[in-house]
Design a protein around this ligand. Structure first.
Ligand code: F6P
Ligand code: MN
Length: 326
């Protein structure tokens, strides 16, 4: 059992399991992501002072306007993970294809999928954003890792989590034995345990959705939102998935990004956003669904596969699913 001052690295050393090649691999990978998170956190705090607000002047592969910090964050996470020598394949929301892992493409044991700066339109207004990640063990051997290693359902993920850059910087991870939370102590420069095996809050009648899109929603989602409003639910929408997810996990609620008439698959990316958060949600006693199927059971057909997602309190997700039963 970890003390309240347990560091992320020590905690991850204690939480490895037989699915990792070496007992220290989980800690090394999380430490790399945590280091990237410290760098991103510091860049965000000083973004206005260093003229790294605003657009990078291009759209990413799925059409979102890329912010300067999206590009910085993407490179920092990739470099931190590459430095471990453990990663054979990586893919992020900001890259069309897989990221080149050099020699480790053959020798590395792990595949990492990530969204370096989720909710990046919040950067310029000092609202919360985050980094989301998921880790798989590779399947192929002796060849450069490829699609077979990375196009996999979340049910095969070994570990996942996020770094939330809010009023404090929080690191969350699960390796399949609970969801654990650490807070960055900026003075010590370390993430210290602030919540072990945290359980998702009970239902508190909160929903998080961009209801401005409801003119394009389909009947199951329209009926659901009318129902929850008739029951007196409160709406809370930060506009950064990771921040809305974290808020609902701690305070109770459901986040919804449905498919709609113009985007039947919705907006969110299965590999980089949905599957990792689904693993965290389930490990905290919550749930994640596309309306009918558990998010972690969905097989990606491409790196940037999109899916509708409803995630949060398990009872709330079950209620939503009832509106989607035809
Ligand atoms: O990464 C996609 C994302 O930025 C999420 O973080 C966020 O919840 C969502 O898009 C916001 O989308 P919209 O602006 O359509 O509400
Ligand atoms: Mn995102």
């Amino acid at each position: 059992m970890s003390s309240a001052l347990s560091s992320l690295f020590q905690h991850a050393m204690d939480n490895s399991n037989d699915e990792f090649a070496q007992p220290s691999d989980l800690a090394v990978l999380l430490n790399a992501i945590g280091s990237a998170g410290k760098f991103i956190s510091s860049e965000i705090n000083r973004a206005a002072l260093r003229d790294i607000f605003g657009s990078a002047g291009a759209a990413n592969v799925t059409g979102d306007e890329q912010q300067k910090l999206d590009v910085i964050g993407d490179n920092v996470v990739a470099e931190a993970l590459l430095s471990t020598g453990l990663v054979c394949a990586m893919s992020s929301e900001e890259n069309a294809g897989m990221i080149n892992c050099g020699d480790a493409a053959v020798s590395g044991e792990y595949v990492v999928v990530y969204d370096p700066v989720d909710g990046s339109s919040n950067i310029d207004v000092a609202a919360p954003i985050g980094t989301i990640f998921g880790i798989y063990r590779r399947l192929t051997e002796g060849v450069p890792a490829g699609d077979a290693d990375i196009l996999r359902p979340g049910s095969e993920m070994l570990a996942a989590g996020y770094v939330l850059y809010g009023s404090s910087t929080i690191f969350c991870y699960t390796s399949g034995d609970g969801a654990h939370f650490f807070t960055l102590d900026p003075t010590l420069g370390d993430y210290l345990l602030t919540g072990e095996s945290v359980r998702s809050h009970g239902s508190s009648h909160v929903y998080s959705a961009n209801e401005g899109n409801s003119g394009k929603w389909n009947n199951p989602d329209l009926n659901w939102v009318e129902h929850v409003k008739s029951e007196g639910y409160s709406g809370r929408y930060i506009g950064a998935l990771v921040a809305d997810f974290h808020r609902n996990l701690m305070k109770g609620g459901i986040y919804a990004y449905p498919g709609d008439k113009s985007s039947p698959s919705g907006k969110l990316r299965l590999l980089f956003e949905c599957a990792p958060l689904a693993l965290v949600a389930e490990q905290a006693g919550g749930a994640a669904s596309d309306g009918k199927t558990a998010i972690r059971d969905i097989e990606p057909d491409q790196l940037h596969h999109r899916t509708p997602m409803y995630i949060g309190n398990a009872d709330e997700v079950a209620l939503l699913e009832r509106f989607h039963q035809s």
